[in-house]
Design a protein around this ligand. Structure first.
Ligand SMILES: [Zn+2]
Length: 247
């Protein structure tokens, strides 16, 4: 398969050329659609009804979330999901607190359309408002059974290319059991999202806390943005490992 060359705009959520806005309940990368149908079909035979709560997200949308959190007009949560008093934090503490649950604008995997947040509609009634919080996805939470089933599929290589980039706490992004990534395509995006290329794309006066982000850039990239190739399904790892290479 030929490696698609991706522009900054495609990597950073400023170009939705590859996004399918119509086929599924949320906009996603067009390459993901057939795999999602396969996963849904398999899940339904097991009694689940997977739904995408969030798919493609634009740069502008992520910028609004980030800037609202930096300004204190949107809640910043601690590691356990409780609101933090942001007035007690210095800039670097605030940046880390935001990054725990929210990606930097330009660096979200949701910009690619290859990553989705999912839940099991069969587990809740129609009036239930999905929050995508840790208590919903623990083993005895409403979506725990679905995620245990997904774990087994992923482990068995039967998840149609979907994997969990944020399954475990690695000192950066909080564990997000609801977040799935379509590895065969996401690997290409991640490979081209180099540290220097992304730093240049972030050099925008519209980005709150920009100076602090730039000052801590290598650490932010390693802890909060880069997903280790070993977390990808075996057959996709080589695509990620060429990171930093000139394509
Ligand atoms: Zn997500």
């Amino acid at each position: 398969m030929q490696v698609p060359l991706l522009t900054d705009a495609l990597l950073n959520g400023c170009d939705d050329s590859f996004i399918d806005h119509a086929s599924l309940e949320r906009p996603v990368h067009s390459a993901l659609v057939p795999a999602w149908h396969q996963l849904v079909a398999a899940a339904r035979t097991a009694g689940f009804d997977p739904v995408i709560a969030s798919g493609f997200r634009s740069y502008q949308r992520q910028l609004t979330i980030w800037n609202d959190k930096a300004a204190g007009t949107r809640a910043v949560l601690d590691a356990s999901g409780q609101p933090l008093d942001v007035t007690a934090l210095d800039d670097w503490q605030l940046v880390q607190a935001i990054l725990r649950w929210s990606a930097l604008p330009g660096a979200s995997r949701h910009h690619w359309g290859t990553d989705i947040d999912v839940y099991d509609r069969a587990a809740v009634d129609q009036s239930y408002a999905v929050r995508l919080t840790p208590d919903e996805v623990v083993d005895d939470g409403p979506f725990g059974a679905f995620h245990r089933w997904l774990d087994a599929r992923i482990e068995g290589g039967e998840s149609f290319g979907f994997f969990r980039p944020y399954a475990a706490d690695r000192g950066g992004v909080a564990p997000e059991r609801w977040h799935l990534s379509y590895a065969p395509m996401a690997a290409y995006y991640q490979r081209q999202l180099t540290e220097s290329r992304l730093l240049a794309a972030l050099d925008s006066p519209a980005l709150a806390l920009r100076d602090c982000v730039q000052a801590h850039w290598p650490e932010i990239f390693a802890r909060y943005i880069w997903v280790d190739a070993e977390l990808y399904p075996l057959e996709c790892r080589a695509r990620v490992l060429a990171a930093g290479a000139t394509l």
